[in-house]
Design a protein around this ligand. Structure first.
Ligand code: SR1
Ligand code: MG
Length: 401
């Protein structure tokens, strides 16, 4: 940590000039800090004389959204560039290219994706991405199955598990997703009018706490595959024909359903927003788009997973008839439970999402949040029975519409 210093817009340019051979000698470099995530600094460095640019992402020794009261090791940067390397070998088309890293400074230099937009912003703007579900299901299925015991030699997989022990960032998820939203925790961010609903829907329900604890212990102990670990719509860049998954610093060996569930939850949060605020015609059209996207993510994941299982599994006994279905059913159960927990935590926990919090009308925002809590709860409680996309959509519509 002794060599560490946090960059600013000026020193970021100096760093690039001294350490990277990316720009030409006569480049006129400018720099802008563009980070709007919860943890890190992000600088865009660009040459005014050409169209060349890159991104420097630097870990701060604390969580940016909380400040120094929440210290975090800059070692998360190493996890991030290591998993980006692995994902880049499996699905290079879906991750940014890495140019350089420096673990002393906790920084990585990578491809600038400014011609893309963050998916969450695109969804809030009611934009559509026709290839997204195809791309993201390719990414999830391939990165997860290829890092699992189904495909990897078991000793090599255990080595990977060791290399991706990520206790600090896992603790954030364990606390913020699976524990604190289910009681009146100090760090919860909850608007006053929602408090009685949170009590009734979440905190007074022992059945729900039991199911949340089962999900938490699944997350803690089921080292199935190398997860992205934070696959919400703010971790994905999109443009019409391209999808890039960024920010895998929460990576670790965990249950496959966690990545799938986090993604579906964030589409549902946007669905709840659109249902609450949009004009009639626009609303119907965009709700259809979101509904189809959720169905496609769910169905394509299942279809591609079974296909990849059949084609890629090397473990002899795992090839026995019926094990693929058994394995997939457990993933889906975890995914639906995670979807519920992610929806709940983005509504009452420490880290919210713009989809819901930026609803300006107080009554509509409260209504959206109450629906989110009810839906999240049902998805957790009834996850064993929600086995296909139509059951998921029926549950969604019965509460939200
Ligand atoms: C203190 S970190 C809060 C959240 O931001 C990250 O993106 C993760 O989702 C984490 O839970
Ligand atoms: Mg992130």
């Amino acid at each position: 940590m002794s060599k560490y210093y946090a960059l600013n817009e000026t020193t970021a340019i100096e760093y690039v000039k001294e350490n990277l051979n990316y720009f030409s000698q006569d480049a006129s470099l400018k720099s802008k800090e563009i980070g709007d995530g919860n943890l890190n600094l992000v600088f865009r460095i660009y040459d005014e004389n050409s169209d060349k640019s890159l991104i420097i992402k630097q870990a701060l020794p604390y969580a940016r959204c909380v400040g120094e009261a929440m210290p975090l090791s800059i070692g998360r940067n190493e996890i991030e560039h290591r998993i980006l390397e692995i994902q880049g070998e499996i699905t290079p088309q879906y991750v940014p290219e890495i140019y350089h890293f420096n673990d002393d400074l906790g920084l990585t230099a990578m491809e600038d994706l400014s011609d893309h937009v963050i998916l969450r912003s695109g969804l809030i703007e009611l934009n559509k991405y026709p290839y997204f579900t195809e791309h993201i299901t390719d990414f999830i299925v391939n990165t997860l199955i290829e890092t699992s015991d189904l495909v990897l030699d078991h000793k090599e997989k255990k080595e990977r598990v060791k290399n991706f022990i990520n206790p600090e960032l896992c603790e954030i998820t364990e606390d913020l997703v699976f524990s604190e939203p289910f009681y009146d925790a100090e760090r919860n961010e909850i608007e006053e009018k929602l408090r009685p609903y949170a009590k009734e829907i979440l905190w007074n329900d022992k059945r729900l706490k039991l199911e949340a604890s089962k999900l938490k212990f699944e997350f803690l102990t089921n080292a199935q595959a190398l997860l992205h670990g934070d696959l919400h719509t703010g971790s994905i860049f999109v443009k019409e024909n391209s999808t890039k998954v960024i920010d895998p610093e929460f990576a670790f060996y965990g249950p496959i359903g966690y990545d799938l569930g986090a993604l579906i939850a964030n589409f549902i949060l946007n669905y709840i927003r659109v249902n609450e605020i949009s004009e009639d015609e626009k609303r119907r059209d965009y709700l259809c788009y979101l509904e189809n996207s959720i169905i496609e993510i769910f169905d394509k994941f299942k279809e591609k997973f079974i296909k990849a299982f059949k084609e890629k599994t090397v473990d002899v006994i795992a090839k026995v008839e019926g094990f693929d279905e058994h394995y997939l059913n457990n993933i889906i159960k975890d995914a639906v439970g995670t979807t519920g927990a992610e929806i709940v935590r983005r509504t009452v926990g420490l880290a919210h999402v713009k989809d819901i919090d930026s609803i300006e009308d107080n009554e509509k925002r409260l209504s959206a949040k109450i629906k989110a809590l009810k839906l999240g709860k049902d998805l957790i409680l009834y996850r064993e029975t929600i086995k296909d996309s139509s059951a998921l959509i029926n549950t969604l519509k019965s509460i939200v519409i």
